[in-house]
Design a protein around this ligand. Structure first.
Ligand code: AMP
Length: 190
C-alpha cells in the first residue's frame, strides 16, 4: 500500500465525512477533522469554540491562525507517525502552505490529496437536502449555504491548484453510491 499521509478534500456536501470514516478504517490511521474539532469545542463552550461559532454559523472559515495552530498541535502528537487522514484541512492556500511547513518540520511528506469532485449544482441540491434531514445549523439557512459554497470556491478550491504541481492530487468522481465513490478512492491506495 502506498503512503498513508492523506488529505481528504472536496466541496461541502461532497460526502467527505462518510468517505473519511471508510478511509480511516481502510488505512487504520487517525481521522483528523477540523470541522469535528470545532464542533466539539462549540459543544463544550470553550474559548476556541466560541471563536469558531462566530464564523461557522455564517458559513465562513475560522481564521487561518486559529485553525493552523489547532492542526499544528494535533499533528505534533505521536499517533500520526504511521499516517493520518486530514479531513476539512487545508481549506485555504495559506493553510496549505502552513501544512507543508508543519509537515516539513516533522519530516513527513504528504502522499495523497484525495479530491472528491462534485459539480456546483449537485452541491447545492445536497446541502439543501442535508439541511432538512440533519438540521445542522450551518446547513439550515439558504444564505449560509450560499456562503459556504462561495467560500469553498474562493478560498478552498485554489488549494487544488496549489497541490497539482506536486502530483499528489487524486480526483475521485463524487457522484454515485457511497460504495461506488469509496471504490474509486480505494483504488488510489491499491
Ligand atoms: P466541516 O464540518 O468540515 O464542514 O466544518 C464546519 C465548519 O468549521 C466550517 O464551515 C468552518 O466554519 C469551520 N472549519 C472547518 N475546517 C476549517 C478550516 N480548515 N479552516 C477554517 N474553518 C474551518
Amino acid at each position: 500500500m502506498s503512503g498513508k499521509n492523506v488529505v481528504l478534500f472536496g466541496p461541502p456536501g461532497a460526502g467527505k465525512g462518510t468517505q473519511a470514516a471508510k478511509l480511516r478504517d481502510l488505512l487504520a490511521v487517525p481521522h483528523i477533522s477540523t470541522g469535528d474539532m470545532f464542533r466539539e469545542n462549540i459543544k463544550n463552550d470553550t474559548e476556541l469554540g466560541r471563536t469558531a461559532k462566530g464564523y461557522s454559523s455564517k458559513g465562513e472559515l475560522v481564521p487561518d491562525e486559529v485553525t493552523i495552530a489547532m492542526v499544528k498541535e494535533r499533528l505534533s502528537r505521536a499517533d500520526v507517525k504511521g499516517g493520518f487522514l486530514l479531513d476539512g484541512f487545508p481549506r485555504s492556500v495559506p493553510q496549505a502552505e502552513a501544512l507543508d511547513k508543519i509537515l516539513a518540520e516533522l519530516g513527513i511528506k504528504l502522499d495523497h490529496v484525495v479530491n472528491i469532485a462534485v459539480a456546483d449544482q449537485e452541491v447545492k441540491d445536497r446541502l439543501a437536502k442535508r439541511a432538512s434531514i440533519e438540521g445542522r445549523a450551518d446547513d439550515a439557512d439558504p444564505a449560509v449555504i450560499e456562503n459556504r459554497i462561495s467560500t469553498y470556491k474562493n478560498q478552498s478550491e485554489p488549494c487544488l491548484t496549489y497541490y497539482r504541481p506536486q502530483n499528489i492530487v487524486r480526483d475521485a468522481d463524487g457522484v454515485g453510491t457511497i460504495d461506488e465513490v469509496f471504490g474509486r478512492i480505494q483504488a488510489f491506495f491499491g
